[in-house]
Structures are given as structure tokens and as C-alpha cells.
Design a binder for this molecule. Structure first.
Ligand SMILES: [Zn+2]
Length: 195
């Protein structure tokens, strides 16, 4: 039997020492604690979903098979999934394996995004709030999703009362080079305003 409580106590200590200062969240749900404890017991080694399932059975706990959410809370976990955007891809891992890299350093991708968002929030507080409404839409001009969006301010009219529209970097560059004024239509579609 694994000493689950001892693993959680050790993790809590590491978290207090460094990760907490970076706003990494300590898990509260049973499943997430189980997954973190299992990854921590195997730190630096690949852990498969089956291994976590095995722990869940032995400890009579639940596994929701979503350990990747730990990386969204700032834990430095790598994945064998090449397409992952929120975790570093580690080619030594197989498709369904994860690996906890460190309990002193946060997930570098998470940290970079956090700092980027904090800076954006300071510069454009209104935009930062409104961007949540746009998240499913993606770049307001080309529709690209899952990338960083930046505020473009030269807007003609806005039926949704936003002061900025979120555009991807290439669309911002193109709009700025051509000094475009953008017009917002229904369904969050943005087009250049033609005089
Ligand atoms: Zn775009």
C-alpha cells in the first residue's frame, strides 16, 4: 500500500516552499490529489493512466483520468502527446504517459502565459475582461483559435460595447500596416471598414 498521506504531506511542503509563490494551485479534489501523489512518487519517470487507475483501486479512491488538469493549475508535468499546447511535449513518453518534472519549478508554459496575461491585464483591464466573451470565437478577423490574442483599438462601432477587439498577431500587423478601421458585426465578426 502506498503511503498516500505521507506523499501529500511532502507535496504540501514543497508547494509552500516555492510553487505557492507562483500561484500554482494545490489540488483540492480527491482525484487530482491521487494523480499528483502518483506522479510525485514517480518523479522524473513516466506514469501511465493505467498506473494511476491501479493506485485508485488499491487506495479505494476515484480517478477521473484527467491528470493533465494539474498542468493547467501550474504543476510542471510533461506529456507524450505531441499536440499538447499547455504542457511541454516529451518525446521519451508514450501517448498516454505523463511525467512530473519538478516540485520546485512551475510548468514553464503555464508560467509564461500567466505573466503574459498579467501584463495584458495591467495594460488593458477592460480588454482582459471582455476577452472571455470572445474565447470561443478566436481571432475576430481570421478565426484562429487557441493562440494569444491581443487588443486592436481602431474600431468604428461596436454593438457589444467592447473597446478593443482580440486579434492574432498577423491580423494586428496587417491592420496596422494598412491603417484599418475595423467594424464589428453580429456574431463577433470583424471586417475592415470600407469608406
Ligand atoms: Zn487573425
Amino acid at each position: 500500500m502506498y503511503d498516500f498521506e505521507r506523499l501529500i504531506a511532502a507535496l504540501t511542503g514543497h508547494w509552500y516552499d516555492s510553487l505557492k509563490q507562483h500561484d500554482v494551485r494545490f489540488p483540492t479534489s480527491e482525484a487530482r490529489k491521487l494523480q499528483l501523489a502518483c506522479l510525485f512518487a514517480n518523479i522524473g519517470q513516466p506514469v501511465s493512466q493505467d498506473t494511476i487507475d491501479e493506485w485508485a483501486r488499491e487506495l479505494n479512491m476515484k480517478n477521473d483520468r484527467q491528470p493533465r488538469h494539474l498542468s493547467w493549475d501550474g504543476w510542471y508535468v510533461q506529456t507524450g502527446r505531441r499536440t499538447s499546447t499547455r504542457m511541454e511535449y516529451n518525446p521519451a513518453l508514450s501517448h498516454d504517459e505523463l511525467m512530473l518534472v519538478s516540485v520546485d519549478r512551475p510548468n514553464p508554459i503555464w508560467l509564461e502565459n500567466k505573466l503574459f496575461n498579467e501584463e495584458l491585464n495591467q495594460k488593458f483591464p477592460v480588454f482582459h475582461q471582455s476577452i472571455k466573451k470572445w474565447q470561443k470565437r478566436g481571432c475576430a478577423m481570421c478565426g484562429t483559435k487557441g493562440i494569444r490574442l491581443l487588443p486592436y483599438q481602431n474600431i468604428l462601432s461596436s454593438p457589444i460595447e467592447d473597446l478593443h477587439v482580440p486579434l492574432c498577431q498577423p491580423c494586428i500587423d496587417w491592420s496596422e500596416i494598412n491603417s484599418l478601421t475595423l467594424e464589428i458585426f453580429e456574431n463577433k465578426i470583424v471586417r475592415p471598414h470600407l469608406n
